[in-house]
Design a protein around this ligand. Structure first.
Ligand code: ADP
Length: 146
């Protein structure tokens, strides 16, 4: 028997960004995650406020492009998703590809659908710890099944 056979069930938070929504690609992005076996746990559209984005992107507050991210991310409603599966955090990040869409490989979501560093289709939590924080940031507890 394999030693690593026990699944590590995780939840992760995805935001289909304004470029994804404008290009009508939310279904394509969700479909790629679902085809990879990830389960959709919760979904909703919402318009992100600058206050929420200040919190969400706090680690980037010193970057010159920070005001542009806040303006971009609040420019139209986004689709927020919670996905669940074995090692969901890492698997979703792998399916997405690296931050800069121009450097993301063909076959990855950002590589196939993204445009640039900022216009990169979707956000995904980068650790199990941050996923738990981000799920609470974007969803009320009564919107999430137990
Ligand atoms: P990721 O979303 O891949 O985890 P980061 O947390 O480093 O990447 O950055 C958050 C978001 O900020 C990126 O997804 C992207 O939209 C934007 N961003 C990152 N780096 C740049 C950059 N050099 N220029 C413009 N926007 C950027």
């Amino acid at each position: 028997m394999r030693h690593n056979a026990r699944p590590q069930m995780e939840r992760t938070l995805i935001l289909c960004k304004p470029d994804c929504m404008e290009k009508n690609l939310a279904g394509e992005v969700l479909g790629r995650f679902q085809k990879a076996g990830l389960q959709l746990v919760a979904a909703k559209m919402l318009r992100l406020t600058p206050a929420l984005l200040d919190e969400h992107y706090a680690p980037l507050a010193d970057k010159p492009f920070f005001p542009e991210i806040v303006s971009f991310m609040s420019s139209r409603p986004v689709l927020a998703l919670i996905l669940e599966g074995d090692q969901a955090v890492t698997r979703v990040r792998d399916l997405l590809g690296p931050t800069d869409s121009r450097k993301a490989p063909p076959g990855s979501i950002r590589g196939d659908l993204g445009t640039s560093n900022m216009l990169n289709i979707a956000h995904a939590s980068d650790s199990v710890e941050n996923a738990a924080i981000e799920v609470k940031r974007f969803f009320r507890s009564d919107e999430i099944p137990a």
